[in-house]
Write a protein that binds this ligand. Structure first.
Ligand code: NAD
Length: 363
């Protein structure tokens, strides 16, 4: 019996190896007249080349940092106003896409980016065109933006951030270094499994999540070890499916724990999610998750958790606090994880004591 559900998405998706070649026509199709392109330094030269070949691009901002800062958002807002742009194009990983989203919404507001960071609501946004270059965040199909002001990192959910369109071109991911490929791939897998076990899941998000997990598990190792077109294309597809799943089902305990882990131990987002992923698969192992593990070809949740641990160790990711920077404060980690709003989506209720016990096993 399939329970009732609602699912919304307002993003046109254009997927294909080499798809970026169609950028000017795709922008016309979205009604983009004048755009600012946002990227980080790695894509600065490509951004300038695209500006030359794409009449709609009026300016390029190429200074996005990992854990993107509000200062970058302010620069993009300034460029949008200076050029009279009606759109912001993001070319990059989650950091560039999230900068573009926040800026596109701030550019439509008479309040400052600081005021919005402090909670002022958004009323709309310029068009957002997301072109992901990592296979991981799914930000190209979510209404979420993660930005920081100094050390303060905020995840803001707002319908204004929903991209108008995304161009998922796996060719852009061919240059991602192996370690980042593994970290972003595990981020995508975490989105999928968390969408599956979230209390807000539905039949439709389950279908997206299960297919995402199947595709990612079959291609993650090849994508970071060999980086073939086939594996990269599959990972871009798996990450997109995972994004479509969690855009509506939301994420849960892994993501709740990832924020203090990133803040105090400086783990990149995907590595922070992966840090507790195998522990949480074991803690969330109810009948439904056991069946999922079997569907994915494992004997059960323990075997699936073992496989995640194996991938992390093989790829040199951090698996215990002794490998990480920063002093470990188990009480603070447990308290901040337990209080995070995403923890409410977890299928098993995990209080501070349960989370502290989990973190303690990772010492
Ligand atoms: P990123 O955008 O921070 O990029 C990481 C590094 O990879 C950078 O040095 C970048 O230059 C490099 N890189 C990116 N693409 C490359 C390519 N094709 N070739 C070579 N190098 C490349 O990484 P990310 O993991 O994509 O994004 C992480 C950010 O996204 C975090 O801030 C996280 O909180 C956020 N996030 C957002 C959502 C959402 O729904 N909005 C979801 C998950 C994560």
């Amino acid at each position: 019996m399939i329970d009732a559900f609602s699912y919304s998405l307002n993003t046109a998706i254009h997927f294909g190896f080499g798809k970026l070649r169609e950028l000017p026509a795709l922008l016309d199709g979205c009604g983009v007249r004048c755009a600012v392109l946002v990227c980080d330094r790695f894509f600065a030269a490509m951004g300038e080349t695209l500006k030359e070949s794409t009449p709609q691009i009026a300016a390029v901002f190429s200074d996005v940092e990992p854990n993107p800062q509000l200062s970058g958002v302010k620069e993009v807002v300034r460029l949008v106003r200076e050029t009279g742009a009606d759109s912001v194009i993001a070319l990059g990983g989650g950091s560039s896409i999230d900068t573009a989203k926040f800026a596109a919404a701030c550019a439509c507001s008479d309040k400052t980016p600081d005021a919005h960071f402090d909670g002022a609501p958004f009323t709309g946004a310029e068009k957002i065109i997301a072109v992901p270059t990592t296979a991981g965040t799914g930000s190209e199909v979510t209404a979420v933006s993660v930005v920081s002001r100094g050390e303060e990192k905020k995840t803001v959910h707002n319908p204004a951030f929903q991209p108008t369109a995304c161009i998922v071109d796996p060719a852009l991911t061919m240059s991602v270094p192996p370690r980042t490929t593994l970290i972003t791939g595990l981020d995508a897998f975490t989105h999928a499994i968390e969408a599956f076990w979230s209390v807000r899941h539905s039949a439709l998000t389950d279908a997206l999540a299960v297919e995402a997990m199947r595709v990612i598990l079959a291609n993650l190792e090849a994508s970071y070890e060999k980086g073939t077109e086939e594996a990269r294309t599959a990972m871009a597809y798996g990450s997109l499916l995972a994004g479509l799943a969690f855009s509506n089902a939301k994420t849960a305990a892994c993501h709740a724990c990832s924020y203090p882990l990133s803040m105090y131990h400086h783990l990149p987002h995907g590595e922070a999610c992966a840090f507790t992923l195998d522990s949480l698969i074991r803690l969330n192992a109810d009948d439904r998750l056991q069946n999922l593990a079997k569907t994915l070809g494992f004997s059960g949740c323990d075997a699936l958790a073992d496989e995640i641990y194996r991938l992390k160790v093989k790829g040199g990711l951090r698996v215990r606090f002794a490998d990480c920077e920063g002093d470990v404060d188990l009480d603070r980690l447990a308290k901040e994880s337990a209080e995070h709003m995403l923890m409410q989506n977890n299928p098993v209720k995990l209080d501070e004591a349960a989370l502290k016990a989990m973190f303690k096993k990772l010492m």
